[in-house]
Write a protein of this length. Structure first.
Length: 267
């Protein structure tokens, strides 16, 4: 949701606020534009896996009736639940830049406790991690939408994917935003064009290593209690997994434990 046009600060994406209610409509609008574009180009089905925060943000009553919605928590593969089914492509809609980088509301999983994530030695955000999981299932990333920094980041993990910039980052909490009618048209067109990339192939199943750096030492110490997770530096942990599916499950555990270790305003 952080990568939707108009979204620039906390209240825009935190469930229960007046601004969140407003941006739920804009969020659903961008999803519908994508769904329409995919069906126009010949898609026979679209599964929308809602993945922001509570994962109960999209307005089902306003969703394009040709799509189906996977909503709510908790899902074994979180943002990528459904990739294990018979799908031919995936769209990353409303994405943001990774933790430690400039971008509107940039982060990786935790809003402000993680300062960096590395996948097999390379910096990775949510897009990079999710793309690796898609690759394990032989599913191409068709389209990425978000601010200009998120789309630039996509060139690293999905160089063939189409991108749609819906806003330009000025700072973490400011952006030059395109009107919804314009972003909808751009997303619709790009989604239709991106369907040419669809087609499931043999997956790339192999071991992976993930390292996570936190903004405080006690968060790394808390995460290192997890079996197979080692504290490799004062604020950094790492772990190895036999495949990306297991790596993502372990990553979810690390972020959950770290989040529970945060104590008030001191973090």
């Amino acid at each position: 949701m952080e990568g939707v046009t108009g979204v620039t600060w906390t209240d825009d994406v935190v469930p229960g606020t007046e601004q969140w209610q407003r941006f739920r409509r804009l969020f659903t609008g961008e999803v519908n534009a994508c769904v329409e574009g995919l069906f126009t180009a010949g898609a026979t089905g679209v599964l929308v896996n809602e993945a922001h925060s509570s994962q109960r943000n999209l307005l089902l009553e306003d969703l394009d009736e040709r799509a189906v919605l996977l909503t709510g928590r908790h899902k074994p593969l979180s943002m990528m639940q459904g990739i294990e089914s018979d799908v031919d492509g995936v769209v990353f809609l409303g994405y943001h830049a990774r933790a430690g980088e400039e971008g509107v509301l940039s982060h990786t999983y935790l809003e402000n406790s993680i300062t960096g994530v590395w996948l097999d030695g390379r910096p990775a955000g949510e897009g990079g991690l999710n793309a690796a999981l898609a690759d394990e299932h032989g599913v191409p990333v068709l389209l990425v939408t978000g601010d200009d920094r998120a789309c630039a980041e996509a060139a690293d993990y999905a160089p063939s994917a189409h991108t749609v910039v819906v806003k330009e980052c000025v700072s973490r909490y400011a952006a030059i935003c395109r009107p919804p009618a314009r972003t909808a048209a751009d997303i619709r067109s790009a989604a239709a064009e991106s369907l040419r990339l669809a087609g499931r192939t043999a997956g790339d199943v192999r071991p992976h290593r993930i390292e996570v750096e936190f903004d405080a030492a006690h968060l790394a110490a808390a995460a290192a209690v997890i079996p197979t997770v080692e504290q490799v530096d004062v604020r950094r942990v790492g772990f190895d997994a036999p495949d990306m599916t297991e790596a993502m499950k372990a990553f979810k555990i690390v972020t959950t434990i770290a989040a529970r270790a945060v104590q008030g305003i001191y973090g």
